[in-house]
Ligand binder design. Structure first.
Ligand SMILES: Nc1ncnc2c1ncn2[C@@H]1O[C@H](COP(=O)(O)OP(=O)(O)OP(=O)(O)O)[C@@H](O)[C@H]1O
Length: 197
């Protein structure tokens, strides 16, 4: 029998709740991620995926509970990808403009811009990737590339936390489903479906 203790998780999220404008966005969320691990946050629009990532990055504070363990250090310099994969160009455009490539960048398609942002993510080399809807606008080939770079990052001990409403293949990932904030009313079609009528 081995007496070795299991390694401590790099990220420990303990009973996280989050209120915004007196509204409960996240309720009692728990998660742990080890080096080389992956956490996939699934949820409908408005369920709190981005809010969760922003808390992890230290951009906002939870109303209750504990975000990253001391071991991970609170420094947001460890994280990358949150903003870089958001929106059309993330915050790369000013830098590209400075280098005289702004016009070229603006002529890229949405998927090409996403690929450019993935390249940037690889180049800045941070241990923890927080990716908000990384596969939106990517074609099937692009999604495969994304899955590949995530797998390679994890092989080197990196961690990945992905918020998505699209399917993504990440081996041995922990999946965390956030409940919908505004569940839509059940229609008669849903009822027929649910009761197999
Ligand atoms: N600063 C804020 N003040 C008030 N409400 C906020 C704030 N930030 C987010 N919210 C609300 O919190 C909820 C969750 O938003 P969030 O962006 O985290 O959802 P999401 O799961 O990432 O959605 P999507 O899939 O549409 O990107 C939304 O209803 C949003 O209106």
């Amino acid at each position: 029998m081995s007496l070795r203790k299991p390694p401590l998780p790099r990220l420990l999220l303990n009973n996280i709740s989050c209120m915004r404008n007196a509204q409960q966005i996240l309720r009692h969320v728990n998660a742990t991620v080890h080096d080389g691990g992956a956490l996939v946050l699934m949820g409908t629009n408005g369920s709190g995926k981005t809010t969760f990532l922003r808390m992890l990055a230290g951009f906002s504070k939870p109303s209750a509970g504990q975000t990253p363990s001391k071991r991970s250090s609170q420094s947001s310099t460890m994280f990358s990808g949150l903003k870089s994969l958001e929106g059309k160009m993330g915050n790369s455009l000013p830098a590209l403009e400075l280098m005289g490539l702004g016009r070229l960048a603006k002529e890229l398609s949405m998927g090409q811009r996403k690929r450019l942002q993935l390249a940037r993510l690889l180049a800045i080399d941070r241990p923890i990737w927080l990716l908000d809807e990384p596969s939106v606008a990517l074609d099937a080939d692009g999604v495969k590339l994304l899955e590949y770079i995530i797998a390679e990052h994890r092989k080197k001990g990196g961690m990945v936390i992905v918020a998505t409403h699209l399917p993504i293949e990440i081996e041995d990932a922990t999946y965390l489903g956030l409940p919908p904030r505004f569940p839509r009313r059940m229609t008669s079609i849903d009822m027929l479906d649910r009761f197999n009528i």
